[in-house]
Design a protein around this ligand. Structure first.
Ligand SMILES: O=C(O)/C=C/C(=O)CC(=O)C(=O)O
Ligand SMILES: [Mg+2]
Length: 219
């Protein structure tokens, strides 16, 4: 058996843990209260999609949104990880999109139902190449951007996050054991908006990585 390589973490079949409402400007644009503790939800590993393959619009949505986010790749698992050691558990990072069927999410919210179909469908988690931790010495201060058909829609900085990466790792690991190869999506800044079939999405972490995805309708 060949050894698994963390730089292909998306092939490992591990959890994707997402943090919501972690930027005040995004919480406000969706008319949500500023959270006092992290809001968590999950995506399955089948949500991953890589450059070269399209983001597929599920047949049941007419309002698919992009959310650009910094992803944290876990290199060492743990439970109840103290904040002071949290960064020792990070192998690296990835630029990620948390694709969201906003109309379905709104419907689920109004009925008090979980967001699974809004957030966890196939291709709902486009990811960049793996970024080793040394390439981002201060993950609490990186600039993220996203363009649709060359128009800037999102531009933010991880310094605006309400809950820091060490806090999130510690908080999550109190409830959900973190494993090597897990990915944490740390939330999106403001500017989320709808995408359509044939749109071209480009996103980046300033001075570190860029990625592009085409949007297609599901057959
Ligand atoms: O509560 C809502 O209306 C929407 C929440 C989200 O989609 C949260 C995120 O995924 C995020 O903030 O990144
Ligand atoms: Mg999100």
């Amino acid at each position: 058996m060949t050894a698994r390589n963390i730089s292909r973490f998306w092939e490992w079949g591990r959890k994707i843990i997402c943090v919501g409402r972690n930027y005040a400007d995004h919480a406000k644009e969706l008319k949500n209260a500023i959270p006092t503790e992290p809001v968590l939800f999950l995506k399955p590993p089948s949500a991953y999609v890589r450059e070269g393959s399209p983001i597929l619009v599920p047949l049941y949505t007419s309002n698919l949104h992009h959310e650009v986010e910094l992803g944290v790749v876990i290199g060492k698992g743990g439970t109840a990880i103290p904040q002071s050691n949290a960064m020792e558990h990070v192998a690296g990072y990835a630029l990620c999109l948390d694709m969201t069927a906003r109309d379905i999410q709104d419907e689920c919210k109004s009925k008090g139902l979980p967001w699974t179909l809004a957030k966890a469908f196939n291709t709902s988690c486009p990811v960049s190449e793996f970024i080793p931790r040394e390439r981002i010495p201060d993950p609490g201060n990186v600039k993220l951007w996203l363009r649709v058909n060359d128009q800037l829609r999102q531009s933010g900085c991880t310094s605006q996050m309400i809950f820091s990466i060490p806090y999130l790792i510690s908080y999550i690991s109190d409830f959900i054991t973190l494993e090597e190869g897990d990915l944490i999506l740390t939330g999106t800044p403001k500017g989320v908006s709808a995408v359509q079939e044939h749109d071209e999405l480009q996103a980046g972490i300033e001075d570190v990585v860029t990625m592009s995805f085409r949007v297609d309708r599901q057959d």
